[in-house]
Write a protein that binds this ligand. Structure first.
Ligand code: UD1
Length: 378
């Protein structure tokens, strides 16, 4: 039997794909979304909704910081997926109050409403992020497994990008290894701190009120519907937006930094899985592919699939708060039946098909200047 489900941020990139899958599985879905202009342009002002939005879902247009709206959205809900958040890592370092207000206070308003409900949901699932780890896990030839903090400014100024062993007096070059959920959390941006708050607040409130809760630590998500004109979104969308405008992708550092690029359909798969599995309750899980791809590779793959002859611009600069490598150990979620299905080669082909049909405003330079002006690139 279908359940009644609320997806906050359900008009966004990940949320809207989740909404489609929940509807397809026979559930009744309600969306709470503010149609944030940075993501959705002037749609809200024009009284419109994104063209991909599934009409079978009920849409409540409103802000997660508004207690009355949140209370209305939660009434009669069996399962809550909390996807609403501001997502720009770089932007969070200069819009500190806004990020913390929307992300942390917004989550607090949602949880306050849950606590006050006469009948609470049977489950809550919160979107967390790999960014809460800070750097991923590494292995040093001399010291084995190490969990370094951010690279030192002096090292970065020498354009020495790879991770060095943090053990005093060592400094050997380390190799990235898969990061599991037990790695200590060293969030290095306000966004990452907000995401750790999300996770801990949801789990604490869930435990106190006996509402089974799960936090999913998404690795770098890509796919259709990621906002191409938002210069603060993920790198695959930023590069796509640049390329659509005939401009080269701008690559920070030397392009050898890597991430675990996870197709949005695998993120959706993980959400549906933990919704059904009681073994997931009160757990935290990585959602990734266990495979690291360099940023240079991602730029090249997009260029190649779009059939362009543009060279990426490698700027050898450091963006404040950036980590060098992080990719997922997904064995904890795999034990519940998760297996990433879409390889990057196939996912990027699908992404490019969609990108070709889009128009995007290139606001990258503006964002770059903003970071530079504030000394947030080195
Ligand atoms: C991203 C998401 C974050 C999410 C996390 C885990 C954004 C902005 N960040 O963080 O919300 O929680 O993954 O899924 O969506 N880069 C360039 N050129 C650019 C943009 C980025 O070289 O124009 C580089 C960055 O310096 C970095 C890498 O690409 O080394 C990845 O950057 P980004 O896509 O912002 O991802 P994360 O910071 O990993």
């Amino acid at each position: 039997m279908g359940e009644k489900i609320l997806v906050t941020g359900g008009a966004g990139f990940i949320g809207s794909h989740l909404v489609d899958a929940l509807l397809a599985a026979g559930h009744e879905v309600r969306i709470l979304d503010a149609l944030e202009p940075q993501v959705h342009g002037d749609l809200r002002a024009r009284g419109e909704v994104p063209d991909y939005l599934n009409p079978a879902a009920e849409l409540i247009l409103g802000d997660i910081r508004n207690p009355e709206v949140v209370q209305r959205a939660l009434s009669g809900i069996d399962v809550l997926f909390h996807e609403a958040a501001l997502v720009g890592v770089g932007q969070s370092m200069y819009e500190i109050a806004r990020y913390t207000d929307v992300n942390a206070s917004g989550a607090a308003v949602v949880l306050q409403a849950v606590a006050n409900l006469p009948q609470r949901p049977r489950k809550m699932i919160v979107a967390s992020s790999m960014s809460i780890y800070g750097e991923g896990a590494y292995v040093c030839p001399a010291h084995g497994r190490v969990f370094p903090r951010l690279r030192e400014t002096a090292q970065l100024q020498q354009r020495d990008w790879e991770m060095r062993c943090p053990v005093s007096g060592c400094g050997e070059r380390c190799a990235a290894i898969p990061t599991d959920e037990e790695k200590p959390l060293y969030p290095t941006s306000v966004y990452a701190v907000n995401k750790r708050d999300h996770e801990e607040m949801f789990l604490a409130v869930g435990r106190a009120y006996d509402v089974p809760t799960v936090a999913l630590r998404y690795f770098n998500v890509y796919g259709t519907r990621q906002a191409l004109s938002n210069p603060y979104t993920g790198v695959a969308a930023i590069f796509s937006g640049r390329l659509l405008n005939g401009k080269p992708p701008v690559i920070f550092e030397d392009g050898g930094q890597s991430r675990d690029f996870t197709h949005v359909s695998d993120i959706v798969q993980a959400n549906l899985l933990v919704m059904e599995k009681a073994e997931a309750d009160f757990g935290v899980f990585n959602v990734g592919t266990s495979r690291a791809l360099t940023i240079y590779h991602v730029a090249q793959a997009l260029i190649q699939h779009l059939g362009l002859s543009i060279e990426p611009e490698v700027v050898e600069k450091f963006r404040a708060g950036d980590i060098r490598h992080c990719f997922a150990d997904t064995s904890r979620l795999a034990a519940l039946g998760y297996q990433p299905k879409l390889r990057f080669e196939d996912g990027v082909a699908e992404l490019v098909e969609w990108v070709r049909r889009q128009t995007a405003e290139d606001r990258f330079e503006m964002a770059r200047e903003e970071l530079k002006g504030r000394g947030l690139t080195l």
